[in-house]
Design a protein around this ligand. Structure first.
Ligand code: HAX
Length: 442
């Protein structure tokens, strides 16, 4: 497989770089952690190295060094398609190089071999109560696939440490191949006729999701899927889902255990679930006015929401300090494909009004929209109106990035993650001037 060769080729250089840092600069101080950082979610503490992507507060995400507009421009696409194939993106994340058309197709073709969902996984989904949240089903289904983990089997057989990354990559290819089918099975069972539609071999990974849920606007919705799955694929290494994945994977848990754990973090309302909350909020705004609201009406509405202590979903970010470029890319899509959609027009007007209102609070560090402020609007337009499903779509995409991090964590032999906790009394003693007596075994 092409990715094995590519990673094997560039790996020695990466290993040397890490070794040099660890041996020649071991006492270099990167960050003095304050009590406030400890108590506020370890905010801003630089605890991880993750080379797949990086979020700059003012520029947004770079995937392997490329901005979102660059990725959209440079990755290969199928003839007649506006947006790139996910296979090319996966190659970029894994192999740290822009793929040729043939290399992107090789990933797509490899995925096609592994798209089928085993019967026991379908039976498991079908045996669950219908009201189960689709993220729960998604996470359970990933766990149910774990029985086929190549890494888990080879590890028990005594696999050499330096080779851990190879079956991890094989597991990643097999799991990611199945994600559109898995999402479609969950969608069709929960909201449609329950049929399982076989993937279309003529379509790419992203387009196949649109095909398998039989979206009536197929071509445009396929394009939206290509854009959506690309934009949500990674957001550096320390957000809730990525960090969860890193931690779980550091125990040598395989790709399936790792990805399911990450999905459980993504399912939280302050993280991936925000996209379902966003659309709910947008419809609440829409339904609160008899006619399309003016800017003043929207401003008053937003102030009332904030005064009552509610969070406005889709705005704010722990790292970003500007409009999320992933929001902008979807905004451009909507401007082109659905300019007359009333919800899109409401998104535009909210974008004109809300940042100033959020700034008035004096405490919200980023008053601008994040990726979730529009993605539900696009899904809604194309008839995917089941809000609680939106986070599954996010998850399908995010596992591309998560598994790339996991493969590289094994390739670079990253150790089990084990920071240290201390007690409140210890902190109190230290701020009172008593010396630090904690012994840390290294
Ligand atoms: N509406 C109301 N209040 C907000 C807010 C918003 N959109 N964004 C931040 N705040 C509040 C915080 O709750 C916090 O209030 P307290 O001091 O009273 O606790 C204060 O402003 C400072 O917060 P911050 O430092 O600016 O932001 P945080 O890093 O603490 O939180 C969040 C970042 C994304 C969680 C936050 O902005 C938020 O809750 N936004 C709405 C939910 C959302 O859109 N989440 C999706 C984020 C993108 C993502 O991860 N997708 O997966």
């Amino acid at each position: 497989m092409i990715l094995h060769d590519r990673i094997a080729e560039i790996l020695p250089d990466w290993r040397n770089r890490v070794n040099r840092l660890v041996t020649e600069h071991r006492d270099f101080k990167v960050c003095d952690v304050t009590i406030s950082q400890i108590y506020q979610g370890i905010r801003g503490v630089q605890i991880q190295v993750a080379d797949i992507s990086y979020v700059d507060p003012y520029e947004g995400i770079r995937l392997r060094g490329y901005t979102i507009p660059e990725v959209l421009e440079k990755l290969p696409r199928l003839p007649g398609c506006e947006f790139p194939m996910a296979g090319g993106l996966y190659f970029l994340l894994m192999a740290d190089a822009l793929p040729t058309f043939e290399e992107a197709m090789e990933v797509e073709n490899e995925w096609k071999k592994h798209m089928e969902i085993p019967r026991h996984v379908v039976n498991m989904i079908h045996s669950m109560p219908r009201e189960t949240h689709p993220m729960t089903l998604f996470s359970q289904a990933i766990m149910a696939l774990q029985v086929d983990s190549i890494f888990a089997r080879q590890y028990l057989d005594g696999l050499t440490k330096t080779d851990y990354w190879k079956p991890t990559l094989d597991d990643s290819i097999r799991l990611t191949a199945k994600l559109p089918s898995l999402a479609a099975i969950i969608y069709n069972w929960k909201y449609r006729n329950g049929e399982i539609n076989a993937p279309n071999p003529d379509l790419d990974w992203s387009g196949n999701f649109a095909y398998m849920i039989e979206n009536p606007n197929n071509h445009e919705y396929e394009e939206l899927c290509r854009l959506f799955f690309l934009l949500h694929s990674d957001h550096e290494g320390a957000n809730v889902s990525a960090h969860t994945a890193h931690l779980v994977n550091s125990a040598l848990s395989d790709i399936y255990l790792t990805s399911a754990a990450a999905m459980n973090g993504l399912a939280g309302p302050l993280h991936g679930l925000a996209n379902q909350e966003c659309l709910r909020w947008l419809l609440k705004v829409y339904n609160s006015f008899e006619s399309f609201p003016s800017k003043d009406e929207l401003a008053d509405f937003a102030r009332r929401e904030l005064k009552s202590g509610r969070v406005i979903p889709g705005y704010g970010h722990a790292v970003l300090r500007t409009t999320d470029p992933r929001f902008t890319a979807q905004f451009e899509f909507a401007r082109k494909y659905l300019p007359d959609d009333e919800l899109y027009q409401l998104v535009c007007r909210i974008y004109e009004v809300l940042p100033d209102i959020l700034k008035e609070t004096g405490k919200i560090k980023n008053p601008y929209p994040n990726v979730d402020a529009i993605n539900g609007t696009l899904q809604y337009h194309y008839g995917v109106r089941e809000f609680d499903f939106y986070t599954v779509l996010f998850g399908v995409s995010r596992i591309l990035g998560i598994t790339a991090h996991a493969v590289w964590a094994r390739a670079l032999n990253k150790p089990i993650e084990r920071p240290k906790s201390l007690t409140t009394a210890m902190l109190e003693e230290r701020v009172a001037g008593k010396p630090d007596t904690i012994e840390v075994a290294m």
